[in-house]
Design a binder for this molecule. Sequence first.
Ligand SMILES: [Fe+2]
Ligand SMILES: [Fe+2]
Length: 173
Amino acid sequence: MFNAYRCKICGETYLGAKEPENCPFCGAHKHYMKTLAHYNRIKPKKISEKSGENILAAIELEVDNAKFYACAKRKSTDENETSVFKRLSKVETEHAEALAKLMDINPRKIPVYDECNSDPKKLYEEAHKREDRAIKHYSKFAQEAKEPEIKKFFQALVEIESDHLALSKKKTR
Ligand SMILES: [Fe+2]
Ligand SMILES: [Fe+2]
């Protein structure tokens, strides 16, 4: 049934016939997509100093990856690849914004220019390294989080970045 489905991770609303397998905005898995009656945003009342530090580090990482994908989008000569990198840049930007909302701070602006390779294989190799780095950091941040909501949030990000890793793995094989 056509309905509104809202994502517990990024807070965006998807309009469609049924909930999507992944949030089209942040990539969160299906079980985070809720009808409005069942929606509640993952957000702790209080955030410990350690989690606060980790969230800020995660924002930096997301901004850096969004910047890389934006560069990859500009450098890529294949129109299909361009569209993939564009989407990845938007997804990572969405992550930075969702993390910032956890702490009620303004998200950092994504810098426009960055240097990156133009060889498609090299771009995916770099993407692979970046996703791997994100997964390692977020797994640690999830472990360190005392707040169940922050733990869940970082676990959801690990799932999403693992999906990205599967994509870059396919491309570099
Ligand atoms: Fe989302
Ligand atoms: Fe991300």
